[in-house]
Design a protein around this ligand. Structure first.
Ligand code: ADP
Ligand code: TYD
Length: 210
């Protein structure tokens, strides 16, 4: 049976501008009289937020396999408790990151087996999958410059090397190529409004507006 509701995810390396596009999307949908639910990964449930605080803590050393399992555990909780029930009710969900981040960061970034990651992701999400995914693409120097501008103290993941982020970025580009029907790759170096014009076009097509 076709999945009810609409599940939209926003992805890309840190500082790419996905939260900005998510917020604009939420405002746009609200103006249309819709009531999107906003979530983030890892997080958005009591347990997943606790897992998030472990994952992002720079003082906790985590091996790549444990890291993968913790991200997947946070996802399983969120899908079971929030995403699944909301979609079953026909709601619209906007999620800041989802399983493509695991493929990009733990798969391409850490070098873990993509087939294993796909299996674990499937286990965590069951029948619930994003209908539409926006990947905002920027290079590492742009990411660093934006973080610096925000005066953000780098968390555990953000403290990774240039080479790590180059692999993660390539991972996201690869995901966009492998999932052409679901994923829209956006040039994150364009002005915010120009990027959102593209997002809006895709949304309108999905919602069959215009
Ligand atoms: P993310 O959620 O991907 O980490 P944010 O949306 O929080 O990124 O954006 C990170 C920073 O970059 C913010 O200061 C934001 O205002 C800025 N920003 C977002 N999109 C753009 C853009 N297209 N061009 C320039 N700056 C941007
Ligand atoms: P967050 O502060 O939400 O990053 P951002 O503000 O850039 O969205 O931190 C989430 C971090 O976790 C981010 O560096 C990406 C990473 N991550 C993974 O490595 N694997 C995953 O499956 C997910 C969901 C996130």
């Amino acid at each position: 049976m076709k999945q009810k509701g609409l599940f939209i995810t926003f992805e890309g390396i840190d500082g790419c501008g996905k939260s900005t596009q998510l917020k604009l999307t939420s405002n746009y949908l609200k103006k249309l009289g819709l009531r999107p639910e906003i979530l983030r990964e890892p997080g958005s449930t009591i347990l997943s937020e606790k897992i998030r605080s472990i994952l992002l803590n720079k003082n906790i050393k985590i091996n790549p396999i444990s890291e993968l399992m913790l991200y997947v555990a946070a996802r399983a909780e969120l899908v079971e408790n929030t995403i699944g029930p909301a979609l079953d009710k026909g709601k619209i969900i906007l999620c800041d990151r989802f399983y493509d981040s695991t493929t990009a960061y733990q798969g391409f970034g850490r070098g873990l087996d993509i087939k294993v990651i796909n299996k674990m992701n499937r286990l965590a999400v069951g029948k619930y999958k994003p209908n539409l995914t926006f990947i905002v693409d920027i290079d590492y120097p742009t990411s660093l410059a934006r973080m610096k501008k925000m005066n953000k103290v780098a968390d555990r993941l953000e403290s990774e090397s240039k080479a790590f982020f180059a692999r993660v970025r390539n991972g996201f580009i690869d995901i966009s190529r492998q999932n052409k029907k679901r994923v829209v790759l956006l040039n994150g170096k364009k002005p915010i409004e120009k990027i959102f014009d593209e997002v809006k076009d895709c949304l309108n097509r999905k919602l069959k507006i215009g």
